[in-house]
Write a protein that binds this ligand. Structure first.
Ligand SMILES: [Zn+2]
Ligand SMILES: [Zn+2]
Length: 118
């Protein structure tokens, strides 16, 4: 999980509290807290803030390779998406190949080390 504010990968699941959290969990969103900047945010596979950019549906990776649409497994909606000319991407870590219309933006975790906690 990458923090939408400082892009630190040091994020932990936050405990649910209050009505908003209850409502969001009904939408499949879970509260997270960034260990680096202390931002509390909601996320599904990726932080809500980043979900408008192309990401791997399996692991939430944004560092994708653009591939030829013929390389995506031709099954289900993929057949339709290929015919419609959707851009195809490949996720390197989990080898997932998929179509998406979301704009591509390479979001990688920042290299800022987490603040040491005593
Ligand atoms: Zn942060
Ligand atoms: Zn992936």
């Amino acid at each position: 999980m990458i923090c939408p504010q400082c892009r630190s990968p040091e994020c932990l699941r936050s405990r649910r509290s209050g009505v908003i959290d209850f409502f969001c969990s009904g939408l499949g969103l879970r509260p997270w807290r960034c260990e680096t900047c202390d931002l509390r945010f909601y996320a599904n596979r990726v932080a809500v803030y980043f979900s408008r950019y192309a990401h791997c549906p399996r692991c939430g990776n944004f560092d994708l390779d653009r591939i030829a649409s013929s390389r995506v497994d031709q099954r289900g909606f993929a057949i339709i998406m290929r015919l419609l000319g959707f851009p195809a991407y490949r996720c390197d870590p989990c080898r997932e190949k998929f179509f998406t219309l979301l704009p591509y933006r390479r979001i990688v975790p920042s290299m800022i080390p987490a603040i040491e906690r005593k």
